[in-house]
Design a protein around this ligand. Sequence first.
Ligand code: FAD
Length: 362
Amino acid sequence: MMKVTEKNIANRETDFLIVGQGLAGTMLAFELHRRGKNFVVVDSPSGEKVSRVAAGIINPVVFRRLTKSWLVDDLFPVLKDTYHELEKLLSCHLLHTLKINKILGKEEGSFWRTKTVENKLEAYIHTEPNTYFSKNGIVAPYGVGKVFNAFRADLPMLIDRFREFLIQEDRFIGKEVDTKDVITENEKVQWKNIAAQKIIFCQGFRASDNPFFQPVKFKHTKGQVLDLNIPDLEITNMVNKGMFVLPLGENRFRAGATYRWEFQDTNPDDEATAELTGKMEKIVKVPYSITGKRAGIRPTTHDRRPVVGLHPDTPEIGIFNGLGSKGAMLAPFFAREFARLLCGESDTIHPEVNLLRYYGKK
Ligand SMILES: Cc1cc2nc3c(=O)[nH]c(=O)nc-3n(C[C@H](O)[C@H](O)[C@H](O)COP(=O)(O)OP(=O)(O)OC[C@H]3O[C@@H](n4cnc5c(N)ncnc54)[C@H](O)[C@@H]3O)c2cc1C
């Protein structure tokens, strides 16, 4: 197949131009593909995207309060269907089942039992904690509570394989989009040689600089994870206690994650490394070595809900963003909802994620 270049996309007409091929852009493009729509994806050649940093953990439970994660009963069926359809399209394994052992504190066992029932969590976690949990290398004197219905999505593989698919389909352009080159007229949008019905920005944290969406209140968070080698750690399920340690096979583990609201850049830093190793050494009591450090900026809004929709005054321009720390779980559902709107199958967007909340309209 021929690679797409500026030359061979000259004067192209399309239904949708998607800017950004992280998780948001990938999921939206997939939903448009499923609907047989014509689209082109443009992604910056810099290659920087937080979707490559993410561990891809899909946890249905908020441990602090032991409640369901927001909308989880609606999100789970859609995400399972979407990742499985993507696996068929891309011939790879993307969605892995995951069990999470939450290490309990002294008084937490009875809290776990009560809240499981009170908050109707039985479809996701075992009511009864395991007070005899014993694994070489893990400190859990009061046992663990088990989440049995969780997942890990392989986001780097999804991005890479979907990129190959886009290139084969002649739908990919590796360019930086300067919003000064985006012109709307006659209910169409023009970017360089491409005329589209709509342009949808899926830019991750860089949406803050987008002049079309200045009223959106972003409050991004920087995060870091560590790649580790721990030969004597026996676990095959993820453990969590204020942080996660995720087994990846062959003595490889990932540990994370930090949250910072003030930051200067997207690089890993010593402070975050120290925070993670400090927390980890309270639960992992065997020697380890750090084999890698990754950091990125989670695109987050002021109310920690995604932001989805078309501009109220210029409906040729839209946004799909604000996936925060739960992109792997949220993106399939809201990409589908947005694609339905874009394709005229529906005229609503969930009010809590609707872009119009920032424009005083609902
Ligand atoms: C340490 C850490 C751990 C995480 N772990 C998890 C986890 O376990 N589970 C989970 O669900 N989520 C996790 N996340 C969050 C997850 O990474 C995000 O929710 C998700 O990846 C956001 O995807 P995105 O597509 O919005 O952004 P990105 O992946 O950043 O993609 C945006 C894309 O737009 C491109 N772009 C921007 N501007 C332009 C332009 N002008 N022209 C062309 N291209 C442009 C960028 O180059 C990039 O490719 C984690 C995040 C961090 C930092």
